[in-house]
Design a protein around this ligand. Structure first.
Ligand code: C2E
Ligand code: MG
Ligand code: MG
Ligand code: MG
Length: 277
């Protein structure tokens, strides 16, 4: 009896795996078409210095405007793009688009672009960025490359060389989702980061004194190591007050703005010098 049940469960498992594989192939196929059909779009979310309420960076966040399924979030398709290698092509489009978009903003606003570990493995990111900046006519120090800890785990040596090259190019490096992965503090010395971004999990869990203690400790660490610090995922005034009390001023979160399409940013971003805001 238990044997037949086991077989039944196995078949069920097998079937759901097949369905999942089919769905993935469908998404892969749709995604290839999406690139050609221009269905990918960049949204931007501001990172604000709360001391003067100015935007100093916009983070580019990818969206897929699917003709029937509507706006699809990156978490639903980036992993598939990574598995299939499509992320290389998509990532090229993202950085080109983001750099072109940024040229329209005032010179003191940077653009932050997320890069996948797969891009670093499969393409020459330094060459890509150098040629993209030149083509767009964007100053290198206006581009910030965001990577997560995942990239530091494999090929640490090679990654370090690439990071040094990026720094020489004048591009800035940000360690995203800090504290969420396999953080090792030695990364902070070993790799030439300009900035760390505390993962939003710590913010949503801030009522827990232990999470708050972690935030405080990371703040002190960043200060000692001369790294800029951003906290992402700030949704309430209460969270903001606790963070500013701890000397954290660079904030990203729904409290200020959700990610929005490029065309909707202009009123925020463009403050022509000499004109009233
Ligand atoms: P991320 O780089 O850590 O980006 C921050 C994510 O947090 C974004 O989700 C943003 O919308 C969300 N967020 C910001 N503030 C708040 C808040 O106050 N509350 C909540 N609940 N969420 C907030 P999104 O846009 O869905 O992007 C998810 C992830 O997808 C990104 O995480 C990044 O890892 C990846 N991603 C997005 N665009 C790209 C891209 O162009 N290339 C690559 N390789 N990855 C990308
Ligand atoms: Mg990011
Ligand atoms: Mg993040
Ligand atoms: Mg993330």
């Amino acid at each position: 009896r238990s044997k037949s049940l086991g077989r039944c469960c196995f078949r069920h498992f097998d079937l759901s795996m097949q369905v999942e594989a089919m769905q993935r192939r469908q998404i892969e196929c749709d995604l290839r078409a999406a690139i050609v059909k221009n269905e990918l779009e960049l949204f931007y979310q501001p990172i604000v210095d709360v001391r003067d309420n100015r935007v100093h960076t916009f983070e580019a966040l990818l969206r897929w405007r699917h003709p029937t399924r509507g706006l699809i979030s990156p978490d639903a398709f980036i992993p598939i793009a990574e598995e299939t290698g499509l992320i290389v092509e998509i990532g090229e489009w993202v950085v080109e688009r983001a750099c072109r978009d940024a040229t329209v903003w005032p010179d003191d606003i940077r653009v932050a672009v997320n890069f996948s570990p797969v891009q670093f493995r499969r393409c020459d990111v330094v060459a890509l960025i150098a040629r993209t900046l030149a083509a767009a006519g964007l100053a290198p120090d206006r581009l910030e490359v965001e990577v997560t800890e995942a990239i530091l785990i494999r090929d640490a040596e090679a990654t370090c060389v690439v990071f040094d090259d990026l720094r020489r190019l004048g591009v800035r490096l940000c360690l995203d989702d800090f504290g969420s992965g396999y953080s090792s503090l030695s990364y902070l010395n070993k790799f030439p980061f300009d900035k760390i971004k505390i993962d939003r999990a710590f913010v949503s869990d801030m009522h827990n004194p232990k999470s708050l203690a972690v935030i405080t400790a990371i703040t002190q660490l960043a200060e000692r190591l001369n790294l800029s610090l951003v906290v992402e995922g700030v949704e309430s005034e209460e969270q903001l007050a606790i963070l500013t009390n701890r000397g954290i001023h660079h904030i990203q979160g729904y409290l200020f703005s959700r990610p929005r399409p490029f065309a909707e940013l202009l009123p925020v971003a463009v403050r022509a010098p000499g004109k009233a805001a």
